[in-house]
Design a binder for this molecule. Structure first.
Ligand code: ACO
Length: 328
């Protein structure tokens, strides 16, 4: 079985940085409440020109440059997003056009905050199966476009941005993306969703009056299950790969809430120094959070050849999972 390695990473963050103090001018909140409950200090919010496809393309360009590959060598494109530019065509097709990537297989994956892990698993499996050689895998989100700016319980949590990875097939065995464990539970769909805008509740004056076109979340209930689900997925994945938690050198969790991350670290018995976190500067960027953090970790030299890297995520769906990578 050939391996699939990450050849290059890239990220894009919108220019506009909005602090907790700024948000306290819009809704009844405070820097103290947001920091102590979530660990978030500021977030980047996209302007009109910074669409999900634009941010994805910018992140992809950086990943390509870092990979040393040319655009002509890419033969597969996957974009993970829950905030596509529009319902159709897919954001991947818009990114394909922006990058000048001609006629390669391109599609979106929607698994909310677990989207990048789903895309990584689908992309690496397609490369391993043999029909493709090099893939661009992108997580890109403009959550500011679907957040209810009158709802202080959600609008303070999210941010915009994109992260991208170039994956390549390698004949060297047992390196790179070693595998993933992905899970979903649609019975809990109501805990985090945007009811309006799809074919079930199309836009109407009633749906607008009812604010159906905004993200709605039961944060408390998600909090309860998130840690347990991520812990179990991690332990099951490690067991299936014959590794122990002590053999993990670096953990990049989905950046949603510092209390969730700390609790996950405690339950898994992973020291804080092994975690990569940038939540304080980005907030929750959903499918973009892990690739943005991984890009920063690579830039800071936090990963060395042979390190075991664990990516762990959860999000709307509910969806959750863990991926294991032997860094090259
Ligand atoms: N500022 C000030 N007060 C606030 C704010 C705010 N922004 N938001 C809520 N409050 C108030 C509430 O009204 C409540 O007041 P009350 O006691 O008078 O009723 C009080 O603060 C406590 O609210 P809780 O909801 O109990 O706060 P909690 O400690 O649970 O934290 C939070 C809320 C941060 C949302 C937490 O539950 C959480 O992080 N949950 C996980 C959510 C998550 O990570 N979702 C990611 C999914 S990712 C994806 O797929 C997009």
């Amino acid at each position: 079985m050939p391996s699939v390695v990450i050849k290059g990473m890239g990220a894009y963050a919108p220019k506009n940085v909005v602090t907790n103090e700024d948000l306290s001018q819009i809704v009844d909140t405070s820097d103290e409440w947001i920091r102590t409950r979530t660990g978030i200090g500021e977030r980047h919010l996209a302007d009109e020109s910074e669409t999900v496809s634009f941010m994805a393309s910018e992140a992809a360009k950086e990943a390509l440059e870092n990979s040393g590959l040319s655009i002509e060598e890419i033969d597969l494109l996957i974009v993970a997003t829950m905030t596509p530019d529009m319902l159709f065509p897919s954001t991947a097709c818009l990114v394909q056009s922006k990058l000048g990537l001609k006629k390669v297989a391109s599609f979106d994956i929607e698994a909310a905050c677990s989207g990048f892990l789903y895309a990584l698993e689908v992309g690496s499996s397609m490369l391993k199966a043999g029909a493709y050689k090099n893939a661009l895998i992108i997580g890109s989100e403009k959550i500011s476009g679907i957040v209810d700016w009158q709802d202080r319980t959600t609008c303070v949590l999210f941010g915009d941005g994109a992260g991208a990875a170039v994956l390549s097939k390698s004949e060297e065995p047992d390196i790179g993306v070693l595998g993933a464990l992905l899970r979903a539970d649609g019975d809990a769909a109501h805990l985090l969703h945007m009811p309006g805008g799809g074919s079930n509740i199309p836009a109407s004056s009633e749906s607008l009056d009812d604010r159906q076109h905004f993200l709605k979340m039961n944060g408390k209930e998600i909090f309860k299950v998130a840690v347990r689900y991520m812990e179990q997925a991690t332990l099951d994945l490690l067991e299936s790969k014959g590794l122990t938690i002590e053999e993990i050198d670096c953990v990049i969790p989905h950046q949603a809430n510092m209390r969730i991350i700390d609790s996950l670290g405690e339950r898994l018995g992973v020291p804080k120094e092994k975690f990569v976190n940038n939540l304080v500067r980005y907030g929750n960027t959903s499918a973009a959070s892990i690739p943005i953090a991984l890009t920063e970790a690579v830039k800071l030299g936090k990963l060395k050849k042979g390190d075991h890297l664990l990516l762990i995520a959860f999000g709307a769906g509910l969806t959750w999972g863990a991926s294991l990578i032997k860094w090259t």
